[in-house]
Design a protein around this ligand. Sequence first.
Ligand SMILES: [Zn+2]
Length: 591
Amino acid sequence: MPTADHALEWNLADLYESPDDPRLTRDLARAAALAAAFATAHRGRVAAMRPPELASALGAFEEMMDLAYRPQLYASLLFAGNTGDEKAQALLDRTRQATTEAFNLVKFFDIEVKLLPAAAFEGLLAAPELAAFRHHLEAQRRFAPYTLSEAEEQLAEVKNLTGRAAFAQLYTEVSARIRIPLEVEGRVKEVNVAQARALRSSPDRVLRRRATDALMRAFEDQSHVLTFCFNTLFQDHALEVKKRGFSDVAHPTFLEDELPPEVVEALMSATERRYALAQRYLRLKAKVLGLSDFSSHDLLAPLGKVEKKVPFAEGRALVLDSFGAFEPRFAQIAGEFFEKRWIDALPRPGKRDGAFCSGMLPALHPYVLLNYNDRLEDVSTLAHELGHGIHFYLSRRNGPLNFWATTPMAETASVFAELVLMRRLFDAEQDREVRRSMLALRIEDILATVFSQVSYTRWEQKAHARRAQGVAPAEEYSTLWMDERRRLYGDAVRFLPQDRWGWISIPHFIHHRFYCYSYAFGQLLVLALYRKYQDEGPAFVPRYVELLSSGCSATPQKLLSAIGVDVADPAFWDRGFVTLEALLDDFEKLV
Ligand SMILES: [Zn+2]
């Protein structure tokens, strides 16, 4: 049915008519002109600005931002919808370049705000005219105490090319070249790291074991070079952090995320105290699989199969229905995505794979891209992306500088929406095995994002601390790794000797230092908020709406305290585990 399918493609005409729309060229030109005028008016003058002038400069900055991003956002959606379209590709290049040029012209503004004397800056923060920009100004300045002189910063940047960046690149290249001989269905073939990782969730236990073992052996073979990368990057980071005046190697990451270190520690230690919950689930899983020797290569084993077909119309109805039961306004907003064609739902040749929600700008509505394929996971992805969509939609009351949620808050609405949908699906499902699989998928997602990521972060802290004592041999990092594995899984999991190479296969430790905790933060925050919803009932909903509507107008801690949540209190995080325990209880009844 071509008409029905057509309705499932997004309508980008809300932005521009076509890549040749003269309004697009005009917007690019206006953005460039605004950026140039901004530079002429304000360069070198920020220190002398009084609050009303700074407020009006920030307003002009937002206006320029809006015009500069619009064409690029349009081009990126056009390209995502048809990656083979050369015109879209060319437009994306052109608009990206224009955005970069415009922002280069106004870069001085950030630098001058950062260089303001502390007393003058405090005065500006206190001014009522700047209330709407207070958080933005504070966020801009947060690295100021740790910034070196201009000459030092420039030298560091240049030396990083052959230093930090080169070692990270070496790690990537060595891992990317790994080829693993593996016997699959009676034939030995060569697979790469990603393929071997995927085989660890095969229903065939022998294959799972073989894939896990071969993957770890392949990393062991490269361990000399890769350990050298770890040791070098750990040392490089420790030296830089010290030079900048941070007291801890993890603090720059937490500052980036605008979270005080004690909040991260509260989350991590609350999780560590509940490691027994992960063990409880894995014992139940072993029972379902009929294994008396549940091992590390069974962690990702599938539990039964959820082969339920959910056509798009049905998936849409399920999502809207579950959203509506939570808050009618959510169903109404999500409904607009379908009615007004803000969603591109079905796979087609040339379209980008996966799914995303593009938040665009406050003056524009969000768009969602999916590759809906009638699987139960696709319904969940639909809920996830529409959760993001609702978050952006509500956040549109803010200006562009307060619009996009900070990293720790970015997945709140999406994961919450998945949970709301899951409860609805679970309660309506009659088939015992399907119910069990649904719960297993949810619980394993929590295991992977909360428990594993906290244990990764803890290993990372200990590994950096070990490196501070001098170069460490690979085996010492391996020992620390197995200590953390055993702490998490207790005697619920049997390990293979090769498991000790797990740490060396995780690129986050190289490319996104201390980042793993943020997955745990996002997921556990949602579990705790969901529990709060169950405790407080409908009274919770308007507060949650307010949280989403606030965008990034304050730090995560302030936004959450406004709805009565204290993230520095371990007791708040404990609530998240109550939600998990309820899921485990339901699961146990079905084992
Ligand atoms: Zn997401």
